[in-house]
Design a protein around this ligand. Structure first.
Ligand code: BTN
Length: 324
């Protein structure tokens, strides 16, 4: 079998999902024998793709929902992204960081169907079970000062919230600084990690990692997450994981060249579920302090007023907030 017969077959079957295509038409289009098409179809089935084969040919069943480069690219409108999907990795951020060090280009996007060591902010784990979530990282090489790196995360939060709202029909908000909520539950976390050039104080590269709970996990969320974590959809919508993946990539990639203009900030503020609320400002080395969240400043710090009337603009590096 030619190395890429499987890839090409999947591309054709994805684009015509649900339709029957004869073996000879497929063989002609790919430029291989019918036997090679048959072998490639078997290999795809072994990978979990639901392929039916009958006398009239082959078809990808409409409910086949395995995430693949082809299934995402089918919905992607943006150029300049190099999408790869792996079955299982430790953490897409960790693996993409290695690729970045080896010179991978900006726009490399790594998805994993499952992460065995997904990482969250503040050293936490990110629960990343198979089939029900989307876990991906985007390699960026922006000309950006280190102090502006938060623009990446916040812009991505807007891209996720807009996409999930469009596809789920549920209102999606953002909890400062980078958690996306659908209804009362957190459905997405974002972890941006960067390599810094100490001489120029600019980023060498950044890895934008996004984890979305698309469906409820088959065995439920672990107990420690169940009060806070939720999922964007309750029941499958055809191709929803691929649609969400492509939607987030398109929305982020459109804004990315304009990060420093902060065009997304109005939308970020509009979606904030923190401003106007009572919050607890949490610092690692101090007791929680009750405050009212007043506004998100242009520099993305959160302006709060404590109960004694003093105001402070808190940065995400120093504190997190708990909404009451
Ligand atoms: C958080 O909520 O604390 C951030 C979670 C970020 C999870 C994503 S999943 C894809 C990427 N790879 C990781 O290991 N983490 C991020």
């Amino acid at each position: 079998m030619k190395g890429n017969t499987r890839e090409l077959l999947l591309k054709i079957l994805e684009e015509k999902k649900g339709e029957w295509i004869s073996g000879s038409a497929l063989a002609r289009e790919i430029g291989v024998s019918r036997n090679a098409v048959w072998k490639a179809a078997r290999a795809l089935e072994e990978d979990g793709h639901k392929i039916e084969s009958q006398r009239q040919g082959y078809r990808l069943e409409p409910e086949s929902s395995i995430l693949s480069r082809q299934s995402i690219e089918k919905f992607l409108k943006t150029g300049g992204l190099y999408v790869e999907v792996q079955e299982e990795v430790t953490s897409t951020n960790t693996v993409l960081k290695q690729l970045a060090e080896q010179g991978a280009p900006e726009g490399t996007v790594l998805f994993a169907r499952k992460q065995t060591a997904g990482r969250g902010r503040r050293g936490r784990n990110f629960f990343s079970p198979e089939e029900t979530g989307l876990y991906f990282s985007i390699l960026l090489r922006p000309k950006l000062r280190a102090e502006d790196a938060l623009l990446i995360t916040t812009c991505a939060a807007v891209a996720v919230a807009q996409t999930l709202e469009r596809i789920s029909g549920m209102l999606c908000g953002i909890k400062w600084v980078n958690d996306v909520f659908c209804g009362e539950k957190k459905v997405c976390g974002i972890l941006t990690e960067a390599s810094l050039n100490l001489e120029s104080a600019e980023l060498n590269y950044a890895i934008l990692g996004i984890g979305i709970n698309v469906f409820p996990p088959k065995e439920g969320f672990p107990e420690e997450l169940s009060a806070i974590a939720g999922s964007a959809l309750q029941t499958p919508v055809e191709d929803c994981k691929s649609r969400i993946a492509a939607g987030v990539l398109d929305a982020f990639w459109e804004e990315y060249p304009h990060l420093v203009e902060k065009r997304f900030l109005t939308e970020y503020r509009r979606r904030s579920i923190v401003t106007g609320k009572t919050v607890d400002v949490l610092r690692a080395d101090a007791a929680p302090r009750r405050a009212e969240a007043l506004a998100i400043q242009d520099d993305l710090r959160l302006l709060v007023r404590y109960e004694d009337g003093t105001e402070e603009a808190v940065g995400t590096g120093e504190v997190s907030v708990r909404v009451e």
